[in-house]
Design a protein around this ligand. Structure first.
Ligand code: HEM
Length: 124
């Protein structure tokens, strides 16, 4: 079970890099956002995070439920904002929305992911 937990932690770290990497790469853009990897990353964080809680509970390891609850809410918001960014980008590409319309959702997704890193590391 310990190996499963450690492999989930690896997947969790790769998931966070899939959100924050593409976010930083495109952060200076005003339009034309590619959010595909960020969508995969946000969903990865949701799935691996919940799996980590399950594995920790099963192994009788400590779980701070308030911290996990906050991280869960932040992650759900990141999932929502990244899919809204993708939808707005599609509309902008089709000429049905302003080119800059995905920008606030794109920035929110990156900010929420960075917020969760702070919560994960600083909330002890
Ligand atoms: C964008 C979303 C997320 C980010 C950026 C993130 C980030 C991190 C980071 C950096 C760590 C390592 C912290 C350390 O070892 O000091 C961690 C661990 C952990 N995260 Fe997340 N997380 C996210 C979402 C979630 C969600 C949604 C859950 C659960 C619902 C969750 C549950 C956990 C658990 C249980 C651990 C401890 C793993 C262990 O060492 O056994 N995370 N997270």
């Amino acid at each position: 079970m310990e190996l499963v937990r450690l492999l989930l932690v690896v997947a969790h770290i790769i998931g966070l890099s899939l959100i924050i990497g593409p976010f930083l790469f495109q952060v200076s853009r005003k339009s034309h956002f590619d959010t595909k990897l960020m969508q995969i990353g946000a969903l990865t964080q949701l799935v691996t995070g919940l799996a980590l809680v399950g594995v920790r509970e099963a192994d009788d390891l400590a779980v701070d439920h308030v911290k996990i609850g906050v991280k869960l809410v932040v992650t759900v918001l990141a999932v929502v904002t990244v899919f809204l960014a993708a939808r707005k980008q599609k509309a902008a590409d089709a000429g049905r929305a302003a080119p800059k319309s995905p920008l606030p959702f794109f920035h929110s997704t990156g900010a929420l992911a960075v917020l969760n890193v702070f919560i994960a590391v600083l909330w002890t």
